[in-house]
Design a protein around this ligand. Structure first.
Ligand SMILES: [Zn+2]
Length: 233
């Protein structure tokens, strides 16, 4: 089959030209989603193998984590912001899967993320997900899963529909609201599991903390966190 695909590749490329979503450069059919130049430009953190790294420090005193990692530093106006924008607003789920592959490779190299049972995305309201067509965090999970061979579960941790606007509430009230907006269906299916919770960008960590607390309340769970980008000050 390989000779057929190599024979057909130039024709497919002519019919369906591919462009690097980072810089717009013309791309051959068989290569990765991003061109080599853009791949090198992405600002990797190198956190995966580092104990007490900056992402883990965000959760000190908030969540008992086994390990945490963010693959890239987020910076405004840079390639990573453009890619995140395409993933979230431009109907480019493949960007999430591709970057999830890269994130998964970093996790795989580090022994700190071995023996996971489940990968779970930060859940989204169903109505929002329906509008966007997908949950971007799920796409990142799918990319990680391809590399790590650990199943993704999108059914057990969910976000309930918002009932009131958050903005007018006091800080404590808002936190309570965030915490209560998530729920776990069939907690018995998570008992004793080693879970990797995944989100696109780490900012304050409030939503990850809320979900993490739900997961850690279940007997015997062990929690790790991975995000594609790190955006806190
Ligand atoms: Zn490029």
């Amino acid at each position: 089959m390989k000779w057929i695909s190599s024979f057909l590749a130039p024709a497919i490329h002519m019919l369906y030209p591919q462009h690097c979503p980072g810089c717009g450069a013309d791309m051959p059919v068989t290569t990765a989603l991003l061109c080599v130049h853009c791949l090198h430009e992405l600002p990797r953190t190198g956190f995966a193998g580092l104990h007490n790294n900056t992402t883990e420090a965000i959760f000190f005193g908030r969540l008992q984590l086994k390990a945490a990692h963010s693959e890239y530093y987020f910076s405004k106006g840079q390639l990573i912001q453009g890619l995140m924008h395409q993933l979230k607003y431009k109907n480019k789920p493949e960007v999430g899967i591709f970057l999830g592959n890269l994130l998964g490779e970093s996790l795989l190299i580090s022994s700190r993320f071995s023996q996971l049972d489940l990968i779970m995305p930060m859940p989204m309201h169903k109505s929002k997900e329906y509008k966007r067509g997908y949950n971007q965090a799920t796409k990142i999970c799918e990319g990680i899963s391809e590399v790590m061979q650990v199943p993704v579960n999108t059914e057990l941790l969910i976000k309930k529909e918002a009932t009131e606007t958050q903005t007018r509430k006091q800080r404590a009230e808002r936190w309570k609201n965030v915490a209560e907006s998530f729920t776990i269906i069939h907690p018995e299916k998570i008992t004793g599991k080693k879970i990797l919770l995944v989100d696109d960008v780490l900012t304050t960590g409030a939503s990850l903390e809320a979900c993490g607390q739900h997961l850690l309340r279940i007997a015997g769970t062990e929690l790790s966190i991975a995000t594609l980008a790190y955006a806190t000050k």
